[in-house]
Structure formats: structure tokens, C-alpha cells
Design a protein around this ligand. Structure first.
Ligand code: TGC
Ligand code: FAD
Length: 389
């Protein structure tokens, strides 16, 4: 596999520290040697490559921004973003796997858990010895999670959970689910452990997208959750939405990896494919397409670095994350479509990564808040007028 050098038209590397470049390069090499050679096979077979879990843990990529006292690397948010970018060059499903574990499982335990919960769960999740999932979406409540009907009832020693979640990444393989449920009308977070009586997590089949990722239903039928598995510091839906910011941030970076993979493939193809006695890269229409890709990738990269620096400084607002998630996902999907056009018929083959990225990006544009929801979130921020309902 030839070394991947990325795309850096504006010398964005000059905005990164040596440590940030080092982590980016080590994940880049890992993706080239361990993910790209196997991913098409797993995608075709609709299976998650579980052999990667140990290797990802050895690289220290789970919960990478969390404190060292829990076994995590405690790197900054730009480093975290670069990791997401590189992983998604391999496949959105692998980035999803790492971002769910980090942003949607370890982050809520870190932010809303007791010290005892943090000491128990975080080191195991960091080492990849346990896998987690995040259950917010329900069959009838996707964009509007505040309407959820999954409910918790207080009893002696704990809670009884009833309800169902849908579209849950990692659900079937998760040892622990961070589940959001209403207790006396207010949303709380609970840790539901695999094997608990009444809890099942069947895998959802038939996806054309994110085929190398596990997506599941979570079903709760009179599930007893002990008090020690209630996240004590959750305070309503806002706590769940705070987790989404972490994951949306990772997606804004991640999709740049998918964009770079599509661009790299399209550029190489355009330079070598000859029609009418010239490489197709010699035609102005092809060049316009390649220039569009370079422009949008560069804009997204610059957006991400500033987003990361603001996050590290504590000046980031959730609406900033929405803007980056919304823009970068849309542009990534555009780029995948254009790359497919440049490859002509070959673009539909799984010998090339483009259709896989394109299909994956359909989900990435939808999950963690659809394009429309982020439009309305930013729209409300700039006008002061709520337009959700
Ligand atoms: P609303 O009244 O607007 O907000 C309630 C409170 O929360 C505050 N808030 C946020 N705080 C932090 N971060 C955010 N992103 C926040 N958004 C809102 C808000 O200020 C308010 O605070 P306070 O102090 O006034 O109480 O709540 P709402 O019910 O009207 O909903 C708002 C809306 C529609 C924006 C929200 O529900 C939403 O974002 N919907 C989209 C749903 C979504 O993104 N689901 C994602 C599920 S997880 C997933 O997809 C994982 S994919 C995993 C993978 O990578 O594989
Ligand atoms: P809906 O909310 O039904 O929306 C359908 C359409 O209507 C969309 O275009 C939407 O933008 C539009 N719409 C809705 N409301 C409005 C409005 N007010 N104004 C204008 N347009 C509107 N969830 C989790 O909790 N955990 C996970 O791990 C997880 N993983 C996922 C993995 C995959 C592969 C996928 C596809 C989804 C995953 N999700 C997960 C769920 C995801 O977050 C939801 O699919 C997403 O929030 C949208 O919800 P919905 O699919 O129910 O669409």
C-alpha cells in the first residue's frame, strides 16, 4: 500500500503542534496497514472487524482526551479530531465505533458519573476490554429525542426500565449501554449491562450504509438497573445533548478523512484514465471537479482546526459544532458523488473506496442530527427564533 500523504493545500500542518502531527501520522499509517486492506471484505459481508478493537486500544485512541488517571491519553481536542479524520479515511464505521466509545460512552460516564463509576468503567473502556453504546433515538423519536417514551421507575435499590431504542451503533456487541430514559418526566442517564434480565439488543439488518458497523435495537422489558448504575449528575435532556456535541465534533473532523480518500482516488484515476487520446484530468470539466474537491476539503480543514482550538480554549458553543457538522457532511457527500462521476463505471466497483464512502456518508449526514436539524439549530442562534415546531 503506497504511503498516504493527505491533502494539505494551505499548509494546515503549520497550524499543528509536533505532537498533533505525530498522532495523526501514526493513525494514518495504522489505517493504511490495518484498515484499508480488510475493510471492503467486512463491508461486503456486513460485519464489524472486531480484531481492530485491541489494536485501536493499544494505540490509545479510546477516550483520548480524558484524564490519564483513568488510563486515557489526555490529549487535546485537535489531536482527537485528527484521529477521527484519519480513521474515517479508512471507513466511517470504524470512526463511528471509536467515536461512540469515546464521545457517547466514556464522556457521559466521565461527565455525569460518580467517582466510583469513573474508576470502574473508564479504564476498562479505554483498554477496549469493554465496549459501550449510546441509546437515545427511539422508533418514534429521532430528531426530537425530548419526546422519548422509554421510562424509568424508582423502586427499592434501583430502577425499572421499559421501552425501546433504535439505530444504536455497537448495540449488539456492547457490554454496557448508556441509556436515556424519563424518570418522573425528566430525562436521566443509566448504565445497562449486557446480560441483564429483560434487556436484549438485536442487530438491525438490511443496511446499504455503514455495513462494517453494528447497528441495533435496544429493548427493555422490566429491566432492573441498580442504583449504582444511575448516572447521578445527569440533568435532563441537556446532558444527552452535551454528549452529542462531542460526537458531532468528531464527525466534523471525520468526514474530512472520507473526502480525502475520495479525492485521492479520483485524482489518481483522472491522471491515468485516457479517453480521446488524453488523460481525463486534461479536460477542463474534470479539473473543475477536482478543484471543487480541493477547495471544499481545505475549507473544512480550516474550519476544523479553529473549531478544535476553540474547544480547547473553552470558547466553543454547540451551535459552532452544528455548523461544522452540517457543512462538512454535506460537502463530503458532494465530493463522494463527484468522485464517483470521475471514475465512470469503475466508480461503482468495490475495488475503489468511493461507493462505500458515499453510502456511509448518507448515514453520517443523518445521524447526530440531520442536516435540517442543524440548519434549525443555527437558524435559531442567529435569528433568536425557534423554528422546530
Ligand atoms: P431544547 O429545549 O432546545 O434544549 C434543552 C436544553 O439543552 C440545551 N441544548 C444543548 N446543550 C448542549 N449541547 C447541545 N447541543 C444543546 N442543544 C440544546 C438548550 O439550551 C436547553 O438548555 P436549558 O438550559 O435552556 O434547559 O431541546 P429540544 O427538545 O427542543 O431539542 C433541541 C434539538 C432539536 C436541537 C435536539 O433535540 C437535537 O439536537 N435533535 C437531534 C437529535 C440527534 O442529534 N440525535 C442524535 C442521536 S445519537 C447518534 O446519532 C449517534 S450516531 C453514532 C455514531 O457515530 O455511530
Ligand atoms: P426523523 O427525525 O424521522 O426525520 C426524518 C426527516 O424529517 C429528516 O430529513 C429530518 O431532517 C426531517 N425533520 C424532522 N423534524 C423536522 C423539523 N422540525 N423541521 C424540518 N425537518 C424535520 N441514535 C442513537 O441514539 N445512538 C446511536 O448510536 C445511533 N447510531 C446510528 C447509526 C446509524 C447508521 C443511523 C442511520 C442512525 C443512528 N442513530 C443513533 C439515530 C440517528 O441519530 C437518527 O436517525 C437521527 O437523529 C434522525 O432521526 P430519524 O432517523 O428518526 O429521522
Amino acid at each position: 500500500m503506497p504511503k498516504f500523504n493527505g491533502l494539505d493545500y494551505f499548509n494546515i500542518e503549520s497550524l499543528l503542534s509536533e505532537d498533533e502531527i505525530m498522532i495523526r501520522n501514526s493513525v494514518r499509517d495504522f489505517v493504511s496497514s490495518e484498515i484499508i486492506p480488510i475493510i471492503e471484505k467486512y463491508n461486503r459481508e456486513n460485519k464489524f472487524p472486531s480484531e481492530l478493537i485491541r489494536k485501536i486500544a493499544e494505540l490509545g485512541l479510546f477516550g483520548i482526551t480524558l484524564p490519564q488517571k483513568y488510563g486515557c491519553a489526555e490529549l487535546n481536542n485537535v489531536a482527537y479530531g485528527l484521529v477521527m479524520q484519519e480513521l474515517e479515511r479508512g471507513d466511517s464505521g470504524i470512526r463511528s465505533f471509536v467515536s461512540v466509545q469515546s464521545a457517547l460512552v466514556m464522556y457521559p460516564i466521565f461527565s455525569f458519573g460518580s467517582e466510583e463509576q469513573k474508576n470502574y468503567w473508564l479504564p476498562l473502556l479505554c483498554k477496549g476490554e469493554l465496549i459501550g453504546c449510546f441509546g437515545l433515538t427511539e422508533p418514534d423519536f429521532g430528531s426530537n429525542p425530548g419526546g422519548m417514551i422509554t421510562k424509568a421507575e424508582k423502586i427499592d435499590g434501583g430502577y425499572i426500565l421499559n421501552g425501546a431504542k433504535m439505530w444504536i451503533t455497537n448495540g449488539t456487541i456492547a457490554d454496557v449501554a448508556v441509556v436515556w430514559a424519563k424518570l418522573e418526566g425528566k430525562v436521566h442517564g443509566f448504565l445497562v449491562e449486557k446480560g441483564t434480565k429483560g434487556y436484549t439488543a438485536p442487530e438491525m439488518k438490511g443496511k446499504h450504509s455503514l455495513r462494517a458497523s453494528v447497528t441495533s435495537e435496544l429493548i427493555f422489558e422490566d429491566v432492573f438497573v441498580p442504583e449504582k448504575n444511575h448516572l447521578p449528575d445527569t440533568s435532563g435532556l441537556k446532558s444527552a445533548l452535551m454528549c452529542l456535541n462531542q460526537a458531532r465534533y468528531g464527525i466534523a473532523w471525520g468526514v474530512v478523512g472520507a473526502m480525502m480518500a475520495c479525492y485521492d482516488c479520483a485524482l489518481n484515476y483522472a491522471k491515468s484514465r485516457v479517453q480521446f487520446n488524453k488523460p481525463i484530468a486534461a479536460y477542463q470539466i474534470t479539473q473543475e471537479k477536482l478543484v471543487y474537491m480541493v477547495t471544499e476539503i481545505t475549507k473544512s480543514q480550516l474550519l476544523n482546526v479553529q473549531l478544535g482550538r476553540m474547544k480547547d480554549k473553552g470558547t466553543l458553543r454547540h451551535t459552532h459544532v452544528s455548523l461544522a457538522k452540517r457543512n462538512n457532511c454535506e460537502k463530503a457527500l458532494d465530493i463522494a458523488h463527484i468522485a464517483r462521476e470521475i471514475l465512470g463505471a469503475n466508480g461503482i466497483l468495490d475495488e475503489y473506496p468511493i461507493m462505500r464512502h458515499s453510502a456511509n456518508l448518507e448515514s453520517v449526514k443523518t445521524y447526530e442530527g440531520t442536516h435540517e436539524m442543524h440548519t434549525l439549530i443555527i437558524g435559531e442562534d442567529i435569528t433568536g427564533i425557534q423554528a422546530f415546531f
